[in-house]
Design a protein around this ligand. Structure first.
Ligand SMILES: NC(=O)N[C@@H](CC(=O)O)C(=O)O
Ligand SMILES: [Zn+2]
Length: 431
């Protein structure tokens, strides 16, 4: 199949927006230029659209194998396509845990058989996420793992983390850190602040996250192993990561839309739909995350798409699991808050949602160029729509952003030369 994407403004690798047509042949972009001839291609009308590279999400939970009532590889990658994502890195806290090459291979094969988006497993650091013995990193990488994490919990033992970093250095992959010291976070449900106090719910202090980040920066420097910090949330952590980067220690970090846009007060408004780990914190923490995004300390955006069943997220806060969905709204959330508002250039946002995570995990993705894979998404920078969880492809429906009016929604996504998502005309704009 040949497509001609005509009349759109294309985000070029240098960050400029240019009126260009793109021709797709098979799974590749074969031509980019002004007013390309139609020849034998099928036209995709991109007038009033911005053409972006397929986005890259370094942190999603697809729940397969084992928790298919929450999500499946099929529904999770459909949600990715609807959110404009061509690549997602999936976390290993499945059942069983992603700690063998067979599971890594099965996930990749299954995702490829659907063809909505590429899935890159981040395999477990330790067997069963038990925090004791290292998995076979070399075998897991050979099977397709792009990094290692015990996400869902932190690696409590410093000696185990040190060993993991030595292996990671040898094999040139990052250790992806969910930073949480359980002696400080245990039994907590919300940020340890005013709202938790008001609701008489045990809190999770910022230090539970920041002390682990500080420890792993020290271990990264000592071993030379690269660390990527997940879903950074407290001000203290942003500061130590900034200092580490300045000192040349090989660390990178991601931040989520919810930690950039929301605070602990959400628990009063939406209850368990706003329960997430790490928790939504104080206004000063949120401001520090925004500052970290803008100065490049937090160089990547991750959704931490964490679907649970409707029943689980309907429970009271203390009985509900941590996490909510994000894939289908992450780009419009970020576009509306940072680009539409004039705070950030579109090129910088897309770098943080495509080019930089692709480079970090060596995915050969994240920019539009002739000869590259035809992974791209068209966004509508004009129309506003409300977030309606009932329209999600994900099985997860919980999000504290339900009802928000956003612009910059993906309207059409192409993955490897095939149309994998088009926004239904019934989802009309509200202004
Ligand atoms: N973020 C969450 O609140 N939950 C994640 C685990 C995680 O990413 O730490 C999950 O698996 O549900
Ligand atoms: Zn995590």
């Amino acid at each position: 199949m040949r497509y001609l994407i005509r009349g759109g403004r294309v985000l070029c690798p240098d960050g400029s927006l240019e009126e260009l047509d793109l021709r797709i042949d098979g799974d590749r972009i074969v031509e980019m230029g002004a007013h390309l001839p139609l020849t034998d291609s099928q036209v995709i009308d991109a007038r009033d659209r911005i053409v972006l590279p397929g986005l890259v999400d370094p942190h999603v939970h697809l729940r397969e194998p084992g928790q298919t009532a929450k999500e499946t590889i099929e529904t999770g990658t459909k949600a990715a396509a609807a959110g404009g994502f061509a690549h997602v890195c999936c976390m290993p806290n499945t059942s069983p845990v992603i700690d063998t090459k067979e599971i890594v291979e099965a996930i990749i094969e299954k995702a490829d058989s659907y063809g909505y988006a590429k899935v890159h497993p981040i395999a477990a650091i330790t067997h069963g996420l038990r925090g004791e013995t290292l998995t076979d990193f070399a075998a897991l990488i050979a099977a397709g793992a792009v990094g290692f994490t015990d996400d869902g919990k932190g690696v409590q033992r410093a000696d185990v983390m040190r060993q993991a970093l030595l292996c990671a250095k040898e094999l040139a992959v990052p250790i992806v850190v969910h930073a949480e010291d359980e002696t400080l976070s245990r039994d907590g449900h919300l940020h340890d602040g005013e709202v938790a106090k008001e609701l008489s719910i045990k809190g999770i202090p910022s230090e539970a996250e920041a002390v682990m980040i500080a420890r792993d920066i020290v271990l990264s420097e000592a071993t030379g192993g690269a660390v990527h910090f997940c879903h950074v949330s407290p001000k203290s952590a942003v500061r130590v990561i900034r200092d580490a980067i300045r000192a040349g220690i090989p660390v990178t970090a991601e931040v989520t839309p919810h930690h950039l846009l929301l605070t602990q007060e959400e628990a009063l408004r939406v209850g368990a739909w706003g329960k997430v780990n790490p928790p939504l914190r104080a206004a000063t923490d949120r401001a520090a995350c925004v500052e970290g995004l803008i100065d490049g300390t937090l160089s990547m955006i991750a959704t931490d798409h964490a679907p649970h069943t409707a029943e689980e997220k309907a429970r009271p806060i203390e009985a509900s699991p941590f996490g909510f969905v994000g894939l289908e709204i992450s780009f419009p959330l970020m576009y509306t808050a940072f680009v539409h508002s004039g705070i950030m250039a579109l090129g910088k946002l897309v770098d943080s949602m495509a080019r930089i995570p692709a480079e970090r995990f060596k995915l050969h993705a994240g920019i539009l160029n002739v000869g590259g894979y035809a992974d791209l998404t068209l966004i509508d920078p004009h129309a506003f729509r409300r977030v309606d969880p009932e329209t999600f492809y994900s099985k997860g429906r919980a999000t504290p952003f339900a009802g928000r009016e956003l612009t910059g929604w993906p309207t059409l996504t192409i993955h490897r030369g095939k149309i994998v998502f088009t926004r239904a005309a019934k989802e009309e704009s509200i202004r």
